[in-house]
Design a binder for this molecule. Structure first.
Ligand code: HEM
Length: 597
């Protein structure tokens, strides 16, 4: 089920916990925190505002408690559901690479993060005892909603673990931004826009930490002649360090060190910024640090959006669907579809259920691929959570980058690699957490309406019996649901939605401003950006790539020299006028008055 824009509520939620900006001064550049993107409601899309919803919440008490079964009983345990519905059975995707999965996580991190957790390290609030037993209610810290481990758990029972930590998301009520009688809404920690905030930060504080304030560059450290992000200020808290000075990076996003391929793409975007800044400063020696920085940022974001909308999204929703739903356009030119009435806020249903479906694409090992496309080894994912040092060793950076574009992702199905259902964030232990159980628990924590409610919303008939799910869910899976849940109305959205047969065309039906955008010529250059070129330009020494990096190598997508891949010609950003070089203080005038080919 893919809700698309025409069904998304366009009301402007007035409530929220972000402090609105004092004013929105005219500028050609995006703000760091997303404020002033919508000039009518400048707070829209800022960090610490609530996710929005397609359907009203379904809390156990109508206000804030986790969802219950219609009978008032507890829903089946999240770990039990995960074990029953999401076994580990490795099916490789016949077409797409793990980069398609990995870029999805980049997009996710750019757009949302539940407030109160880093999603990369164990939460500081402990809801279970050190030996994995549930705490007495009286001793349980606020916000605890631990996952119950069944007695016959195939992994945890061997260690007598009965309880997995889970801490509820911070809500507008926790921050005292709303009255006590209305249902709570969860807050997101990052801004809602697709703006590379993972690189540039979501707050001025983080933004200033990542900037060099020289030559328009982002801060880096140079080792072995290559650029690496600066060291995190809390390396021992964030990363699992084997040696005290092992790498642990500071980036715009708190999750940057979570897994090696994610960190690799974070570094690629950082290096890309500095590469662009370097070229711009040569083209425009009269530009100061701020001007170079902001122009480089704008190009970097433009390329990221181009890759996201034109290279990545059609893989998942289909070329036809994305054109029909006006997510992409069959034009090389400008599209003036900005509508200030559209709410840019990330949907709770998207972040908590729909987009997490792609956890099924994660592969539990990461291949190291040499320049002649031979696998020279691979890394076990759970050995490298929060251990980015591996990227700086031997030729791992390039070998993992080639691996991204070579190794198949796992198929989008109900099967999940045990590296994330048994060994997530295992650290030095013999077992870890279960990401799918966390997804289900988060669905209930956020009080999402049930799968059946969304069926109705998406014009499927409301199921009265479990058999009624057979229109989109297989017999085997309907039997599993019937064995777990008391009635069809109890099925969690994240569970029911993930069991639907793959889409075959049916989906839940669900700007350029002269002052701020690119010139048409520049836009046509941005349209040449590609995933493969990004890796070529920012690897340590990558020589060749296939043109379509999200698609596996084949005779139709053969590896070719990097220099043959289309590249964005930055000379279009040389600022000249009929009268020579442009003075610095030209803001407020249309770029078309300045930019000339
Ligand atoms: C190795 C890869 C990945 C790991 C280890 C991982 C891990 C996690 C973890 C630990 C959470 C927080 C769970 C919770 O407590 O609620 C999370 C949330 C999430 N993940 Fe993943 N994930 C990965 C890849 C992906 C991919 C490929 C996508 C989508 C394409 C994705 C989408 C999401 C979304 C939408 C959320 C919720 C974000 C929010 O807080 O609003 N993840 N993931």
């Amino acid at each position: 089920m893919i809700p698309t824009t025409n069904r998304i509520p366009t009301t402007m939620p007035a409530r929220g916990c972000a402090r609105p900006p004092a004013s929105c001064p005219p500028t050609r550049y995006r703000s760091i925190d997303g404020s002033c993107n919508n000039l009518r409601n400048p707070v829209l899309g800022m960090p610490t505002t609530p996710y929005t919803r397609l359907l009203p919440s379904n809390y156990g008490d109508g206000i804030e408690n986790p969802t219950l079964a219609k009978s008032g009983n507890q829903l089946p345990g999240a770990r039990t559901v995960s074990l029953t519905v999401y076994p580990d059975f490795r099916v490789e995707d016949p077409i797409f690479t793990i980069n398609a999965m990995q870029y999805g996580q980049i997009i996710t991190h750019d757009m949302s993060m539940v407030l109160g957790s880093t999603q990369a390290q164990p939460h500081q609030t402990r809801c279970c005892s050190d030996d994995g037993q549930p705490l007495e209610l009286a001793n349980s810290p606020d916000h605890c909603f631990p996952i119950v481990i069944p007695d016959d758990d195939p992994v945890h029972s061997r260690f007598n673990i009965k309880c997995e930590n889970f801490v509820r998301t911070i809500t507008d009520r926790d921050r005292e931004c709303v009255g006590r009688s209305q249902p709570v809404e969860q807050l997101t920690a990052v801004n809602h826009y697709l703006d590379l905030s993972i690189v540039y930060g979501n707050t001025l504080e983080v933004h200033q930490q990542v900037r060099q304030f020289q030559g328009g560059r982002l801060r880096v450290e140079i080792r072995r002649g290559r650029q690496w992000p600066p060291r995190s200020l809390n390396a021992s808290g964030i990363c699992t360090l084997q040696r005290p000075m092992d790498a642990c990076y500071l980036a715009g996003d708190a999750r940057a060190n979570q897994n090696p391929q994610l960190t690799l793409l974070q570094i690629v975007f950082l290096r890309e910024h500095n590469r662009i800044a370097e070229v711009l400063s040569r083209l425009n020696p009269h530009w100061d640090d701020e001007r170079i920085f902001q122009e480089a940022r704008k190009i970097n974001i433009g390329q990221h959006q181009q890759i996201t909308y034109y290279e990545w999204l059609p893989i998942f929703i289909g070329v036809g669907n994305s054109l029909r739903q006006r997510v992409t356009w069959a034009t090389g030119g400008f599209v003036n579809d900005y509508n200030e009435n559209v709410d840019p806020t990330v949907l709770n249903e998207h972040a908590t259920a729909a987009f997490r479906f792609f956890h099924s694409l994660i592969a539990g090992n990461l291949q190291l691929i040499t320049e002649n496309r031979i696998e020279r080894g691979n890394l076990r994912l759970s050995d490298y959570f929060n251990r980015p040092q591996v990227l700086e060793e031997a030729d791992n950076f390039d070998d993992l980058a080639r691996g991204l574009n070579t190794q198949p992702q796992l198929a989008s199905d109900q099967f999940h690699d045990s590296e994330i259902t048994q060994f997530l964030f295992k650290g030095d232990r013999q077992f870890g957490s279960d990401l799918k159980a966390a997804d289900i628990q988060r669905n209930r924590d956020h009080g999402l309406a049930s799968y059946n409610d969304y069926r109705e919303f998406c014009d499927l008939p409301r199921a009265r019996t479990f058999e009624d799910f057979l229109d989109v869910i297989s017999r085997d899976n309907v039997n599993k649901l019937a064995s777990l849940y008391e009635c069809p109305d109890d099925v969690d959205l994240t569970v029911g939605g993930s069991l639907e047969a793959p889409l075959t065309g049916h989906a839940c039906r669900s700007h350029n401003s002269g002052e701020t955008g690119f010139t048409l010529e520049q836009l046509l250059e941005i349209r040449k950006a590609s995933m493969s070129r990004l890796l070529c330009d920012n690897g340590n020494n990558i020589v060749a790539m296939q043109p379509r990096g999200f698609e596996r190598i084949s005779s139709r997508n053969a590896v070719i020299p990097c220099k043959s891949l289309p590249t964005v010609d930055l000379s279009l950003w040389r600022e000249v006028s009929d009268y020579g070089i442009i003075p610095d203080d030209h803001f407020g005038l249309s770029p078309n008055q300045f930019f000339k080919k």
